[in-house]
Each structure stands twice: as C-alpha cells, then as structure tokens.
Design a protein around this ligand. Structure first.
Ligand code: UD1
Ligand code: CA
Length: 470
C-alpha cells in the first residue's frame, strides 16, 4: 500500500463551505409506518450503497453545519435510536396524525433554538445540499417569506400535493385528495421539503386543523394559513425529480440504488477508472478508487474498500473491507473479506479467498487458496490450493509467512504457525509446527516405488476378465 493517505479522487468537489446566513435546525420526519416495505427493519435504516438512508441524509446535513437535528419517530424508534447513537435528538409521534402534527412533536427538542428550520423526510434521502441552500437563501430574501417549499414536476403527479403558485409565490397548497380538477391539473407538486423560521413555523402549526379528506394535520397547511394572513410563501423548484424521490417500497429502494450506482460509476470513470461494463459494477458509499484502475465486468465493492492507482480487478470479484495497493491484480473470481490488505504489486488469482490477511509486496496467491488471519511477507509464493487452517472450532489463530517463502501446492498451514523467510514447504504438506528461515519442510509419507507393478497388474486383470467372458 502506498504510504500516502488515500482520498477519493472521484468524490464530488467539496462545495466551498459558505456559512449559512442564520443557524439551521432540521426536523426529519420518520414516524410513518412504512407498511409498503413489508419489513421488520425501520424504513430509514434500509440501505442504499451499503449505507442506511438516514445516514445519507445526515451526511448531507453535515456539509451544512446543521446546529440541531431532530428525528421524529413512531414505531421502531429503538432501531433508529441505536443507529443514530446520540447524533440527533429523537421526538416521538404517537399516534401519527399527519405531517403537521409530526413537526409539532419536534417543538420541545427545538426549545431555545432561533433560526431556520428545515423539514425533511427520512425516506427522501438524496436532497442535495445546494438545493437546501437555495431554499434557505430564498427564505432570507428581502420579501421575507414565511415559508419556502421545495417543488418539483414529477412525470406522474398523481397522489402528490399540489402547489398553486405564480412567479414563485404560493397562492395555495392542496393535497391530491382534497384538490379540485383544476388544481389537480397543476404540474407543480410538493416534495414535502419545507423551510421556515422556527418561531413562524410553530406559530403557524398551532393554527393547523384537520378538517380535510384524510382527517390529518397537514404541514403544507401552514402555507395556506400564512397566505390567509396576507404573508408571502415561496416555492423553490428543483428540475431533478430524482432528488426528491421518496422510497416507499422495495421496488423504489432498488430504483434509488440503481440511480446511485449509475452516478457513482460515472464519477469513477470521470476520475480515471476504466469500467469495462459499468452497469455490472456495484460500489459502496465509501469506495475509494485511484487512477488507471481497470475493473472488469461483474465486480461488487462492499463497504470499506480502497483501491490504489494501477490496480486490475478481473471479472467476478467480491471485495469488502479491503485495501489494494498500487499495481495489485486480483481475480477473476477472487473474494476479499474484511481485513484483506494487498501491498504494492501483490497478486491474487482465481478462487482465492482472503480474510484478515496481509499479502506483502509482490507476493502471489494465484489459485484456489484461503488466507485467513495471516501475514504473508513480500515476494512469497502461495501455491495452488494452499490454505491456512485458522480455526480450530473455538478460536482463530494466526499464520505468519516470511518474505520470499514458497508454500507448495495443496499445503495446509495449521495455525498458529510461522514459516520463516525463504523457507520452502513441500507440496501437500500439513504443517503444524514452525518452519525456520531457509528450511525445507516436507510433511508427507515416503513414496512407495514398485517398478513394473502397474504393467503386471493390468496384464493379470485383463487375463482374468477375458476368462470370465468365455
Ligand atoms: C406528503 C405531503 C404531500 C407531498 C408528499 C411528497 C402532506 C400532508 N402531504 O404526502 O403534499 O406531495 O408528501 O411525498 O404533508 N410522517 C410522519 N408522521 C405522520 C405522517 C407522515 O412522520 O403522521 C412522515 C412519513 O414517515 C414520511 C413523510 O412524513 O417520511 C411523508 O409522509 P407520507 O405519508 O409519505 O406523505 P403523504 O401524506 O403522502
Ligand atoms: Ca399520508
């Protein structure tokens, strides 16, 4: 591994941090039942690119230096609490009486906060920081809107709340179920994302009722109340419906995953990686790729993988928690499990599995090998089918292989065991004791040699068979 710290050259250029004009607090709504997921797992904990949706959202909020985050939860709150581990306050909404009611539950957690409040949905995890900034900028504009709503024009507006607006100023917000034919004809829909100054937000929410088609306290009604008070409310529209796409089902989860992967592949290629068949390569949220990396078809990057410059990953490899140094080559059909480290120029071939194992500079394990809890020195050669026996059924043990050692094919290294530098382990050996530097270790029975025996055997058997057939 090159000594330099690896940063992801494909990561989007860090937006120059422009401090927000006012402090920001965020309320993340996540109390809905998520019935359509048909899952024991809370909806916001379902993963995209190996990372729970809520974490994608928190990562975006981090770039905005959010002062407070309150997540509104209902059922399954223990799961969300465990995931957040104190990084956000939780507010419980029980029962769930609508989005307006949900935001009200965050009021106690926001006591003493003065600044802007942004409302997000836990199941809409890819709202962009720039979009949020645009909303907050609009909120701070001279005409001082009481609320700013993020609008979008979906391909199929059916079901969404509508925004009736002119020149960016909202005249009315209406849920699909409550809307007239004319209102339904409006293409501009409510994404659900909304921003308002904290004091204004809670003042308006206190006036929201539930006399509507669903008997719910609608958050968008705060806009209607403000408008009735002759105040201004504004809409900021995004031209990318994908950024506000909600995830309500496994199918929508898969669609979000597909979009994420497509963007990540594009970034990888833009940053100098060759993906022979990009649509068959799957990255994790934290995959780090260097330049001139060649990735053949059908490769899966699990979490925690970093790949240095000039690495070749042949077809059908699966990697997780692995570090690949400069010029490494793996596969086809290699499996690198957590704790795999391949130092510069190391090679792993087909049907090789590694786990918590270091393969030193230029070392090779080219065929059918298992290396678990092992350290392999620079330039060592691990023969076909050689394996470390790291587990005795109760405990894991370590194997150490010195530099330039040669491990013959089909050897079993029974850990704990050390093989010294430049040692040779003969093919087929089951090695259960340490091997000294420069030693030859051969652990197999003496060979039985009987010249001509096979010829005599065949002659005798053929004769016997011929007699039997008479
Ligand atoms: C809501 C909006 C609608 C908008 C749509 C965008 C309202 C009344 N309607 O519709 O205008 O077009 O989002 O997707 O706001 N939630 C709670 N507690 C509740 C209800 C909902 O926490 O009592 C959370 C859900 O977990 C979810 C979010 O709020 O994350 C939105 O709820 P959902 O039922 O999906 O939205 P709709 O009412 O369909
Ligand atoms: Ca609803």
């Amino acid at each position: 591994m090159a000594a330099r710290a690896m940063t992801d050259p494909a990561a989007p250029a860090a937006t120059p941090i422009r401090p927000l004009a006012r402090p920001l607090a965020v309320v993340v709504l996540a109390a809905g039942k998520g019935t359509r997921m048909k899952s024991a797992r809370h909806k916001v904990l379902h993963e995209i690119a190996g990372r729970p949706m809520i974490e994608h959202l928190l990562a975006t909020l981090e770039t905005l230096a959010t002062e407070r985050i309150v997540v509104v939860v209902g059922e399954g709150r223990e799961q969300v609490e465990a995931q957040l581990a104190g990084r956000a306050a939780l507010a419980v909404q029980e029962p769930q009486l609508g989005t307006g009611h949900a935001v009200l539950q965050a009021q106690a957690a926001l006591a003493g906060f003065s600044g802007d409040v942004l409302v997000l949905y836990g199941d809409v995890p890819f709202v962009r920081a720039e979009t949020i900034r645009a909303m907050l900028d609009r909120l701070g504009a001279e005409d001082r809107p009481q609320a700013v709503v993020l609008g979008f024009e979906p391909a199929h507006p059916l079901g969404y709340g509508r925004i009736i607006a002119e020149n960016g100023r909202i005249a009315r917000m209406v849920e699909h179920k409550d809307a007239s034919e004319t209102e339904r004809a409006s293409r501009l829909c409510n994404s659900g994302v909304l921003a308002a100054p904290a004091d204004v937000l809670f003042d308006l929410l206190a006036a929201v009722g539930n006399e509507n088609a669903q008997g719910e306290y609608y958050l968008p009604d705060i806009v209607n109340i403000a408008v009735a008070r002759r105040e201004t409310c504004a809409v900021v529209a995004t031209d990318d419906p994908d950024e506000v796409a909600g995830i309500n089902s496994r199918a929508e989860l898969a669609e979000a995953e597909a979009r994420w992967q497509q963007q990540r592949r594009a970034r990888a290629m833009a940053a100098g990686a060759t993906l022979v068949a990009p649509e068959t390569v799957f990255f994790s949220w934290d995959t780090v790729l260097g330049r001139d990396v060649l990735v053949e078809p059908n490769v899966v990057f699990g979490p925690g993988v970093s790949v240095d410059d000039g690495v070749t990953i042949h077809a059908f490899c699966h990697l997780e928690g692995a570090r690949l140094g400069r010029g490494v080559s793996i596969g086809p059909f290699a499996r690198l499990r957590p704790g795999s480290v391949l130092e510069e120029g190391a090679r792993v071939g087909n049907f090789v599995e590694m786990k918590a194992a270091v393969l030193g500079k230029g070392a090779k394990a080219n065929h059918l090998t298992y290396l678990g809890d092992a350290t392999v020195g620079a330039g060592a050669n691990i023969g076909a089918g050689a394996i470390t026996c790291n587990y005795d059924g109760y405990f894991k043990h370590h194997t150490e292989i010195g530099p330039r050692a040669f491990i013959g094919s089909n050897s079993a290294l029974i850990a704990p065991v050390r093989i010294g530098a430049d040692a040779i382990v003969a093919a087929g050996s089951a090695v259960s004791g340490d091997v000294a530097e420069g030693e030859l270790r051969m652990v197999r029975a003496d060979q039985l040699v009987k010249p001509g025996w096979a010829d005599r055997f065949h002659d005798a058997m053929k004769r016997k068979k011929a007699l039997g057939e008479d």
